[in-house]
Design a protein around this ligand. Sequence first.
Ligand code: SF4
Ligand code: SF4
Length: 436
Amino acid sequence: MQTRFTAEQLGDPAVADCERNLRACVHCGFCLATCPTYTLLGDELDSPRGRIYLIKDMLEHDRPASAEVALHVDRCLSCLACQTTCPSGVHYQHLIDHARAHVEKTFTRPLLDRVLRDVLARLLPYPGRFRLALRLAGLARPFRGLLKGRLGAMLALAPARLPRQDAAFAGEIFPAVGPRRGRVALLTGCAQKVIAPSINEATIRLLTRHGVEVVVPPASGCCGAIVHHMGKAEQARALAVDTIRAWGDEAAARGLDAIVVNTSGCGTEIKDYGHIFREDPVWAEPAARVSALTRDISEYLAEIGLAEIGLKPPESAAGLTVAYHAACSLQHGQKVISQPKALLAAAGFTVRDVPEGHLCCGSAGTYNLLQPEIAEQLKARKLANIARTKPDVIATGNVGCITQLAGDAGIPVLHTVELLDWATGGPKPEALSGKI
Ligand code: SF4
Ligand code: SF4
């Protein structure tokens, strides 16, 4: 694509990066077929190519975002299916991240929209506040039928019962059982530790049982992904710096083989820290080191050879059919595709791919809260596709997808590590009790 940026504009490294990506786009349109919003809405401006045109026009003319640009950028799920499909190597993630930040900075949203986004950004990254908000939402849940739109969607997604308080993992070291084959830091996350602390517990049991020491650095918290996807670049940067500092200190003091992440949305963000901080005189190098060390949990388990040689013999998985729902951030953002399925199969499960597996389930960070109509349609389509595989349970690698699907799935929805942990000697996941 031809671009007309001035030399002065290209002096800004963020704009120069966008320009490289815009020039790489050859308008072929291959990405349209795999874009969930184009598939549903059929509007070119809700396709990757259409959004690329809007972003190009806005940046080239140094214009504040218009209502039209904000609408179509907001409707993008950041699922990155387009990035997987693009034959020209357009790094859509970097383009849309920059566009979201530009919209946030230059567009004045309607008051309610602004308030809602600010409230979410002040709650979600902070587990104490988020827990309190969910408790209040629990009180309002019986009235959710009276509320339409975003507020109704929020109440519908709030769990009916909050799990018990997350164990205080921060600062703890969990020693390997038997000979040590690795030492990793675990991101215990922000929203996940409130909604589903069982995922971190299963991860720690699974890793230590297979000879991996796990440390949770004292000061690591939210990685910043959730607010970054809302265009709140400064807040995301501050959260990322805290995370980089916490892991950098641990790696320097005692050594780390990997930073293990079990929320794939976060993993995609952390693997991109090297890019985000590339021009930062202080954080560029530490950020790049953190990105290079980061692995999705399934990726790490596969790397140390568990699927082939080391998985403890299955004790309880036999006979269960698992529909594997590939989270977008894992399959498109990190290109981790075969490992979770290979691990589940090695643990004794019968694994089924979901038809139209490239399509997002509608979760996408805060998308199901901010764009509930589109998110609902995507969820319905995903669940219909899952049902075609006739599974006993659904497995996925991202807590957002679990929350999105669980309410209407009719069968248990679990994290991949919960099934692997159970199959190799861990307790039966609570979601399965009384059902399997
Ligand atoms: S990230 Fe997903 S929703 Fe956004 S343009 Fe790409 S394919 Fe479409
Ligand atoms: S597939 Fe890639 S090159 Fe083709 S229109 Fe989409 S973004 Fe542009």
